[in-house]
Design a binder for this molecule. Structure first.
Ligand code: UDP
Ligand code: MG
Length: 153
């Protein structure tokens, strides 16, 4: 069982798509084990997008991520990190496959609805960055028998 970080970006909040996007993850069978609204800061974005701070588009990206609060979610499931990336789709919404969140909900390379952790290492680091331990909940066996075969767990 893995845990991964999803951020519903300001583009999702502004366009009133929160319910639809949360619904996609819930219907897939990913369990929400943490969820909160928060205003991002210069400091957290410099860490979160450390691989992009030197890019010319970073100031615009940072401003777009601070325009409204975001909703941070911790999603849990077998292979959750890869599954969430797959559902999220390619970075640029104009090139993302139909059926993916970015492919279905956006036209932008930047205002692309969600962030999703891209590796097990990133998931651990990002969950520690956005959540305190007590903000992530242990759901135990809840619904697992409906979501997976016994030998998948
Ligand atoms: N981004 C951008 N311009 C680019 C590449 C990325 O504005 O040319 C933004 C976009 O919002 C993207 C985020 O920076 O989601 C992080 O980029 P990354 O390459 O990590 O893409 P992701 O993992 O989100 O698909
Ligand atoms: Mg990334």
């Amino acid at each position: 069982m893995e845990r991964t970080l999803v951020l519903l970006k300001p583009s999702t909040i502004e366009r009133a798509l929160v319910g639809e996007i949360v619904n996609r993850f819930e219907k897939k069978g990913l369990r929400i084990v943490g969820m909160k609204m928060m205003q991002l800061t210069d400091e957290i974005l410099a860490q979160h997008y450390a691989h992009l701070v030197k890019k010319p588009f970073f100031p615009i990206l940072k401003a777009s991520m601070m325009k409204t609060p975001v909703i941070a979610m911790c999603l849990e499931g077998v292979d959750a990190i890869a599954v969430v990336r797959y559902i999220t789709g390619y970075t640029n919404g104009r090139k993302a496959d139909p059926g993916t969140i970015r492919g279905d909900y956006c036209m932008s390379n930047q205002q692309n609805i969600v962030h999703a952790s891209d590796s097990p290492e990133a998931a651990v680091e990002e969950l520690n960055r956005f959540f305190r331990p007590e903000e992530i909940f242990d759901m135990g066996d809840l619904n697992l028998d409906r979501l997976y075969a016994v030998d998948e767990l």
